[in-house]
Design a protein around this ligand. Structure first.
Ligand code: ATR
Length: 263
């Protein structure tokens, strides 16, 4: 039986096992997908299990997406450009790190009636997932990407990877077509960003990477102000689908039952 894992810390709330095991079972694949909470000093020995063929594939989540890089033999183009790895597999006896968060964001956005090309985008946050979002936005030909992070220095650091981005002060919100919450603010129901989101204007697109809770205060406020809102559910589903495709060689179906996992 093939074994797959998602590693992170914390990991309790990850929905990856449910999603992957649903696809594994419905397609009669002899495999199991588990979650494992990890301390950073165990990372190297765990990754080695891929080489030993004891583990077939690993998904990586917060806070290991960058820290894992030195333990891999090779990075895909996307993982290299974003310095972020969420999917690991063995190819020709080499441990490869890839990034399917980019696909996740791109395919997730394409589900919605929002034509993103030539739009001005504001991203709140500069954490682990932001380099993937920037990469995907550039691929989708947006006109301008601006980052605002509480710790400005961390946003400035992203310029090392993407020199065309703008960095502004935290909360310096003006007129954008789409605003993305990529901070961890909202994971707790009561979390508030304490920003004046009315400055974004109306009829814009408020997108939250968070999918649990389903509607963060950021989305609630966006909706109240007369904007289109979506959470990160499809980004999550599509990053998983892309990883599944790498490991199992085909794209599984997103049916009603898949969607129900998130209800
Ligand atoms: P990491 O930074 O380790 O990659 P993350 O969960 O991916 O972790 O990122 C958390 C993001 O949420 C960061 O951009 C963080 O801002 P800082 O860089 O200033 O820490 C942001 N964040 C977390 N709590 C916040 C808060 N109360 N207000 C504003 N931004 C916050």
């Amino acid at each position: 039986m093939k074994k797959f894992l998602v590693i992170g810390n914390p990991i309790e709330h990850s929905l990856s096992p449910k999603l992957h095991n649903f696809w594994i079972n419905i397609n009669n694949i002899d495999a199991v997908y588990e979650k494992q909470k990890l301390e950073v000093d165990k990372l190297e020995s765990l990754i080695f299990k891929i080489k030993e063929k004891k583990i077939e594939g690993i998904n990586v989540t917060v806070p290991f997406k960058k820290i894992v890089i030195p333990f891999l033999d090779k990075l895909s183009f996307e993982a290299q450009k974003t310095q972020s790895v969420n999917t690991i597999y063995l190819d020709n006896n080499e441990v490869i790190g890839h990034n399917t968060d980019i696909d996740g964001f791109e395919l997730g956005i394409k589900k919605f009636k929002f034509n993103i090309s030539n739009k001005k985008i504001l991203i709140l946050g500069a954490g682990g997932v932001v380099s993937s979002i920037i990469f995907a936005l550039k691929k989708m030909n947006v006109s301008e990407i601006t980052i605002s992070n509480r710790t400005k220095q961390k946003a400035e650091k992203l310029k090392d990877l993407f020199n065309s981005i703008n960095v502004i002060e935290w909360g310096e919100i003006s007129n954008f077509d789409m605003i993305i919450n990529a901070t961890s603010v909202g994971l707790k129901e009561k979390d508030e960003l304490n920003l004046d989101l009315s400055l974004v204007g109306q009829n814009k697109f408020f997108y939250d990477v968070i999918y649990n809770p389903k509607e963060t205060n950021f989305l609630k406020v966006g909706k109240k102000l007369g904007n289109m809102t979506e959470n990160g559910k499809f980004m999550f589903i599509y990053q998983a689908l892309s990883a599944f495709n790498i490991w199992h060689g085909f794209r599984p179906e997103i049916n009603e039952e898949v969607i129900k996992i998130f209800d």
